[in-house]
Structure formats: C-alpha cells, structure tokens
Ligand binder design. Structure first.
Ligand code: ADP
Ligand code: MG
Length: 405
C-alpha cells in the first residue's frame, strides 16, 4: 500500500514521515526534485498522481504560496487525491488552505503518532469519498436493462415469465441477453430451458472475488442465443449465495449484456433485494386469487417502505381468466396498478416447461405465447429508463369489497 507521498525539500521531515508510517509511504526517498519550486505545479501533480498515490503531504520548508498553488493544482486536476500540509497551522494559512480543499495542516515538528494519525485520517476521507462516488455512480451504471421478475408467492408464474421473456428477447437480440436464476435454492430455469449447467450460482459464492472472466465461464449458453446463470444444485449450496454475491454478479453482467433478466425466489430474500437495487424494471407477477393479490399489495408497500422506488414497475396478471379468481379490474384496483399484461391459463405452459422449451419458442401462435411476445416487444425498445421516478403512482389500494366480504 504505497498510498502517501511527501512533497518537501526537507529531507529530515521526509525521513521523519517515513519512520512514522512506513507502510503507508510511496517507495523511494527523496521525492523532492530541485526543479519543483520552479516548475508548473500541474507537472508536479501529474508526476505524483501518476504513481497512484491517494494522499500527498506538502511541506515543510516551502513558501505558503507555493504550497497553496500545489494544493490548488491537486484540487483542480486530481480531486480524488487528499492533500495535507506540513506547516505552522496558523489561522491565516487554514483559511486559504481550506479554500483549495486541504484536509489538514500538521505541524512540521509533530510527534510521529500525530503525523501518522493525520495521514490515516486523510486516507480515510479519501476512501469514504471514493465509496460515495461509486455509490452515486451506481444508478447510472446499468447502461443495460436489468429486469427482475418477482412475486411474493411461489407458483405464480415467475419462472414462466422470466424464461419466456429472456428467450423471446434473445431470439431478436441474440447473445446480448443473460438470464440469472436467483431462486438459488429451488430454481428451475435450467429445467425450463432444458439446460445441463456445468456451473451455477453456487460457484459464484465459493469464488471469493467475482470477475467478468469468471462469470463468463459460469454461464450456460442456450440455443436461442441467451446465456443463463443457473441456480445451485442443492438448497444448501444455494444458501451460500449472499446479497453481495447477487449484487456484484448482476452489476458485472449489466456491463456485459444489453438485457439481464432475473428470476427470483418467492418473497423478498436478500438476493431479491440485491436484484431490485440494481434493476431498471420490476415485473411483478400475480395470479388472480385473493391471497396472491393481498400478498402482492403487501410486497409493494414493503418496497415503498424500503425506499426501493427507483425501478419502473410493471404488473403481470397471470391466469387472468381463472374461473375461481377475481375479475381483472378488481385485481388491478386492489394492487393499485394497471396490468401491463394479462396471461391466460393454458395447458401449453406446463407442457412447454416439461419439454424444456418456453411457449414463445414451442407454440408461438398460442394466445399465451402471443401475450408473452407482446411483453418481449416492450423490452426491445432500446431506450433504457433511468432508475428514478418512473413509476406510475400506485395510489392507495381502493376498497376491495369482493375480497373483504
Ligand atoms: N398461464 C399459465 N397457464 C397454465 N399454467 C401456468 C401458467 N403460468 C404458470 N403455470 C404453471 O404453474 C406452475 C408454476 O409456474 P412457475 O412459472 O414455475 O411459477 P414460479 O416461478 O412463480 O414459482 C408451473 O407448473 C407452470 O407451468
Ligand atoms: Mg420459479
């Protein structure tokens, strides 16, 4: 970790700093070059920052104006580098220094541990600022769409929707589509697409560091052109996949693929929450029975309470024609959202799943496949929504007389 560089003509101070915090120092004593007090500060900055240092300590034995000029050049050209001064910390110097982004001024004859603490504090500030920059950048990171399919209940049609959507998209967009099975314990994406994966999400958990090259190895290609990252072989293995694994994996895939479709387990587990955090779109799937509708409404409320309002929400009503179910209008009213899509019940769906070939592929003319194809077309639109403020206002649930009776 060569993270600190000292810029001073004073060799004794340089040595003092090296012995105060040897492991933090950039290697090579005598950073100072004679010409430094004559040349353009921008060149000194380029020289120093080019070595990848995080913090510079400027002084002592430099004129205040020169120290401030150097600090100002870092502030302008390398704002990510933290600057502290080794000088007499007068009020006047503090005033001017603060204006050019100096973090701290430490006396040139400070005790080693005082100097060391000042350097550590500056490094901590740099690290924090960098973490904030990364967090701020995250919402814009997916230039691609990340579409997470979720539902509070099992059996509502998440895997059906996710696999048909991904295969439908891949048939148009080819290898630019990835499908991730985050139902890591009981996921059936592999079965639904008749894939025999050599690798699964479990390897992501055991890999330690996750990199694009590793992820590419873990993907299983499907005949449609899509790449699938399948769920774990066993529930125990799947349990090792954490929020962090899911979030890093999806972040990396979003950099590599134009569309990432994510299938999830029922409810809001840590992996699903990670997926929602990086999603541009949520596909909320629900069947038309009272329990499903109630649970979906609760899930929407939970997302609102968690502040997860960024991704655009789409509501998919599955088995909309179920004889025992509620009327679609009542479902929409109770959920507080209009259905973007209604899927009829069809024997073709379980049959196609058993065959490992989604209906958009195996029975493209069936009514259910036509509806799913409409969904696919909505997402072929090249314009990727921003992650903020896109949702139709899902007003409060209206009175739901049929269910409350
Ligand atoms: N529209 C539909 N018509 C008939 N069967 C369906 C329909 N949607 C889903 N199914 C069947 O219901 C079961 C559960 O669907 P699935 O997509 O696996 O749900 P989930 O992933 O939410 O648990 C599967 O057997 C599937 O074939
Ligand atoms: Mg499923």
């Amino acid at each position: 970790m060569n993270r600190v560089s000292i810029i001073t003509p004073n060799a004794a101070f340089e040595e003092h700093a090296y012995s105060a915090a040897p492991e933090l120092m950039s290697p090579g004593l005598r950073r100072w070059k004679e010409e430094y007090d004559r040349i353009d500060p921008a060149k000194v900055v380029a020289d120093t920052a080019g070595e990848g240092v995080d913090v510079v300590c400027i002084g002592p034995d430099l004129a205040d104006e020169l120290m401030l000029e150097l600090a100002s050049a870092f502030d302008r050209d390398r704002p990510e580098v933290g600057v502290i001064l080794a000088a007499e910390p007068t009020a006047q110097l503090w005033r001017s220094a603060a204006q050019v982004g100096v973090r701290d001024i430490v006396s040139a004859d400070a005790d080693p541990d005082v100097l060391r603490r000042a350097l550590e504090r500056a490094l901590e500030t740099v690290d924090r600022r960098r973490a904030n920059l990364i967090a701020d950048a995250t919402p814009d990171t997916p230039r691609s769409r990340v579409i997470t399919v979720l539902s509070p209940k099992g059996g509502s049609g998440k895997t059906t929707v996710a696999t048909n959507l991904a295969v439908g998209l891949a048939r148009t967009m080819g290898g630019k589509v990835a499908l991730v099975d985050l139902d890591v314990q009981f996921g059936d994406v592999a079965a639904a697409l008749q894939l025999s994966p050599t690798h699964t999400m479990a390897q992501v958990a055991s890999a330690g560091t996750i990199e694009v090259t590793l992820l590419k190895v873990l993907l299983t290609p499907h005949a449609s052109g899509l790449y699938a990252l399948c769920g774990a072989e066993s529930p125990a293995e799947g349990d090792d996949v954490t929020h962090g694994h899911a979030s890093e994996t999806l972040g990396l895939l979003a950099q590599e693929f134009a569309v990432v479709v994510v299938d999830t387990a029922a409810g809001l587990d840590e992996r699903t929450l990670a997926a929602i955090e990086v999603s541009t779109d949520l596909l909320l799937v629900c069947t038309s029975d009272v329990a499903s509708v109630r649970s979906l409404r609760k899930e929407l409320d939970a997302l609102d309470q968690l502040g997860m309002t960024g991704p655009r929400r789409h509501f998919v009503l599955n088995r909309a024609d179920a004889r025992v179910g509620l009327e679609p209008a009542d479902v929409e009213s109770a959920v507080g959202m209009q259905a973007a899509l209604s899927l009829p019940s069809s024997r073709s769906v379980p049959l196609s799943m058993n065959l490992g070939s989604p209906v958009v592929e195996s029975e493209p003319r069936s009514p259910v496949a036509r509806q799913l194809q409409r969904l696919v077309e909505q997402f072929i639109d090249p314009e990727v929504p921003s992650r903020a403020g896109q949702n139709p206002v899902a007003g409060p649930p209206r009175r739901w007389w049929k269910a409350d009776r």
